[in-house]
Write a protein that binds this ligand. Structure first.
Ligand code: PLP
Length: 472
């Protein structure tokens, strides 16, 4: 029997790798087996298509292409130009953006590109003007001092970490928290929802240069029209980091006030979460910021990864197909079914539910920390991650929450009935786990963990991962 193209491609790749370092080939095969067997509920993960994966494994990886299309610091970039232009074109068309910069290697990098573009655009700094790549050698020692003084201590207002914001939105462990004087807005303690009046008040008091919206663990839509009005009222640049929900924007689940692209001055994203592309980042903006954004390399980024840009072009082409909109809608339907299934069984959810791809369970109701719950679920074949809840009593390490998301399982084809079954499995594990002698220790009967693992894998048998890929 002849093998299909996907099986042939991956088998051949592994054979070639195995001839050099068999342990790497084995680990790649084992990773597929692990992913096939686990009930993956990590909200930031997905399964890229075989075409996207294969677009990364080639000689584009060998090419240096610093600069941008038409302004490269290296010769012989015509083929890189082709894939970079394709990825950017698909991104512009998909999101309705005037400009797309597809070089960032990750979401963090995309945010750094955006921050520097905003600083360069907004801060009145003659020294900075000189410091743009081509005049950098003209800078005197006094210019450098001026530049640091002028750029330092600019203000950023972003969503607080425990309310679901991201480290890169001005928090201390990240460079953004060292670059900016940061203040954060939280959520209403009673509802868990963003209180826009509160954001407006914080903006009025703090007068940020940048207002950031976007999140990693907020289970609701954000009204970007209102956020833009707030930004405008204080003269801030409005930036949206849509890393988590880009797939829902691409699939037109988030439209109107909930689509960030028409409302924000600049939008950043990852390409590997709900958007289902390769690991990477991207920046979208209007013509005003385009030149600054295109300076991302070498300002902030090293040489672009042409093989990943090729894969971005493939994944973005996939996201422009009509079936992607159906996929995006199913992500949200599944998250809602999961939330309803958990609530019906007595779980306490932050904000009481979801209207995006993720659900945040407050596990203090089960007498557990997030760390204990995460490990107990993992023992039972359910992969999630712990996450802080608003005003978390257990801090950012142990936490009091479990974040779960549906992009990956939806890619496998699971639907709302399976989400209800998943809610049952999660609830069973959490009710049967008891807290141990520390915030990390817990007690769970191994027989029960095995039973749930078996049920979780049974749930997946009718939804094979990469069904066309047979590694033999
Ligand atoms: N922004 C948000 C909102 C995120 O959730 C993440 C990742 O979790 C990032 C940025 C960073 O992305 P990356 O891990 O690709 O650097």
């Amino acid at each position: 029997m002849s093998l299909n193209a996907e099986s042939t491609a991956f088998r051949s790749a592994l054979e070639v790798i195995r001839a050099v370092e068999p342990r790497v080939a084995d680990a790649i095969g084992a990773e597929l087996a692990d992913q096939r067997e686990s009930l993956k509920l990590i909200a930031s993960e997905n399964y890229a298509s075989p075409a996207t994966l294969l677009a990364m494994g080639n000689w584009f990886s060998d090419k240096y292409a610093e600069g941008t299309i038409g302004r490269r610091f290296y010769a012989g970039c015509q083929n890189v130009d082709t894939v970079e232009a394709l990825a950017a074109e698909h991104a512009r068309e998909l999101f309705g953006a005037a400009h797309a910069y597809v070089q960032p290697h990750s979401g963090i990098d995309a945010n750094l590109v955006a921050f520097w573009a905003i600083l360069a655009d907004r801060v009145e700094s003659p020294a900075l003007k000189k410091a743009q790549v081509r005049q950098v050698n003209d800078l005197t020692e006094a210019d450098w001092f001026a530049l640091r003084r002028e750029l330092g201590n600019q203000r950023m207002l972003g969503m607080s970490l425990d309310a679901g914001g991201h480290l890169t939105h001005g928090f201390r462990p990240n460079i953004s928290g060292k670059m900016f004087d940061q203040r954060s807005y939280g959520t209403d303690p009673a509802t868990g929802l963003i209180d826009y009046d509160n954001v407006a008040e914080a903006a009025r008091e703090f007068k940020p240069l940048i207002l950031v919206a976007g999140y990693s663990a907020y289970p609701r839509k954000v009204n970007f029209r209102i956020m833009r009005e707030i930004a405008d009222s204080v003269g801030a640049t409005f930036m949206v980091d849509m890393a988590h929900f880009a797939g829902l924007v691409a699939g037109k689940v988030f439209t109107g006030d909930f689509d960030p692209v028409p409302h924000a001055h600049i939008v950043t994203t990852t390409t590997h979460k709900s958007l289902r592309g390769p690991r990477g980042g991207m920046v979208l903006c209007g013509p005003e910021l385009a030149d600054q954004v295109d300076r991302g390399c070498p300002m902030v980024l090293g040489g672009p990864l042409p093989h990943v840009m090729a894969a971005k072009a493939v994944a973005l082409a996939e996201a422009r197909r009509p079936d992607f909109a159906d996929y995006a809608q199913r992500i949200v339907d599944n998250a809602r079914a999961l939330a309803e299934g958990l609530t019906r069984r007595g779980a306490k959810l932050v904000t009481g539910g979801t209207d995006n791809h993720l659900v945040l369970i407050d596990v203090t109701g089960y007498g557990l920390t997030g760390r204990q719950a995460e490990q107990a679920l993992l023992d039972s074949g359910i992969v999630t991650n712990r996450n802080a809840v608003p005003q978390d009593p257990n801090g950012a390490w142990y936490t009091s929450g479990i974040r779960i998301g549906t992009p990956a399982l939806t890619s496998r084809g699971l639907g709302t009935a399976e989400m209800d079954a998943t809610a049952e499995l999660i609830h069973t594990v959490l009710t049967q786990t008891t807290s141990g002698e520390s915030k990390a220790k817990y007690v769970l009967d191994p027989a029960l963990a095995d039973k749930v693992s078996k049920q979780a894998s049974d749930l997946l048998t009718t939804f094979p991962l990469y069904p066309a890929v047979d590694l033999g």
